[in-house]
Design a protein around this ligand. Structure first.
Ligand code: NAI
Length: 255
């Protein structure tokens, strides 16, 4: 096993389940000191016990990335414990609603979590990284940030905006030796996608759109975050890495 993150402090949002949980686990397996932030206390408790045998340096915090003052205080606390080397912005929510029926409160909720929440924590963490002239941020975007999907106008807009936030942060922070990249997964089986989609929907979706003929697994996304956070990607910033089973390559055969 590689040990790319020995002695590095990795902060990961939405790390209590799904892709974030697997990513936290893989960072811990490579020696990182990991702080998981998540707003769901039950998932945090489950994650904490599941990770106890993986590493003694995984800590969990109940926090809502949309709460700016709470996040500011928590980042100060985490920095005091150990200066933050890597920020993984992964927390996110989704819901399916036709564009003409999206209510303002639901629009605001998606944008608040999937975009503004990333802004809050990134700003606080990067202010510390800027003083040290060192750091890495990896943002969770989505294939839906590059190519829309019917029924997800607010979600797609939030993910497209994350790609632009990533590029602009990369431009502005490069002289401070802070790299910022994004990951764009396609359809991945997680608690989130399984809550939204029936098995029948998933089968039809895969048959119709995914050339590799299956949904992705969390184990296939986490390594991209580790690569983009490691020195193996030291000349990469402002980039978007796509892992979508070939969906964006083009259309599958029509029969
Ligand atoms: P998930 O629902 O299994 O995990 C998301 C985690 O984020 C949950 O533990 C949740 O409690 C946490 N969270 C939500 N709002 C939060 C907030 N305000 N503050 C702190 N934590 C919060 O979802 P999944 O599928 O693992 O998704 C993770 C990320 O990957 C999301 O940003 C999602 O949009 C993105 N993504 C997922 C894809 C998929 O097919 N599952 C595809 C492309 C991107």
């Amino acid at each position: 096993m590689k040990n790319r993150f020995e002695n590095k402090h990795v902060v990961i949002t939405g790390g209590a389940r799904g892709i974030g949980f697997e990513t936290a686990k893989q960072f811990a397996q490579e020696g990182a000191y990991v702080s998981i932030l998540d707003m769901n206390p039950e998932s945090l408790a489950t994650a904490k016990s599941a990770l106890a045998s993986v590493s003694k340096t995984i800590f969990v915090y109940e926090a809502d990335i949309t709460n700016r003052s709470q996040i500011s205080d928590l980042v100060d606390k985490l920095e005091t414990q150990k200066p933050i080397d890597v920020l993984i912005n992964n927390a996110g929510i989704a819901e399916e609603t036709p564009f003409l029926e999206i209510e303002e409160k639901n629009w605001k909720k998606i944008i608040d979590v999937n975009l503004t929440g990333y802004f809050h924590i990134s700003q606080f963490v990067c202010r510390y990284m800027a003083k040290r002239k060192q750091g890495v941020v990896v943002n969770m975007a989505s294939k839906n940030g590059l190519d829309g999907e019917f029924g997800y106008a607010h979600y797609n807009a939030s993910k497209g905006a994350i790609i632009m936030l990533t590029k602009t942060m990369a431009l502005e922070l490069a002289h401070l030796n802070i790299r910022v990249n994004a990951v764009c997964p396609g359809y991945i089986q997680t608690p989130m996608s399984m809550e939204i989609d029936s098995p029948e929907f998933t089968k039809n979706f895969v048959d119709r759109y995914i050339p590799l003929n299956r949904p992705g697994k969390v184990e296939e996304i986490a390594p991209l975050f580790l690569f983009l956070a490691s020195t193996e990607s030291s000349f990469m910033t402002g980039q978007v890495m796509i892992a979508d089973g070939g969906q964006l390559a083009g259309q599958k055969p029509s029969i």
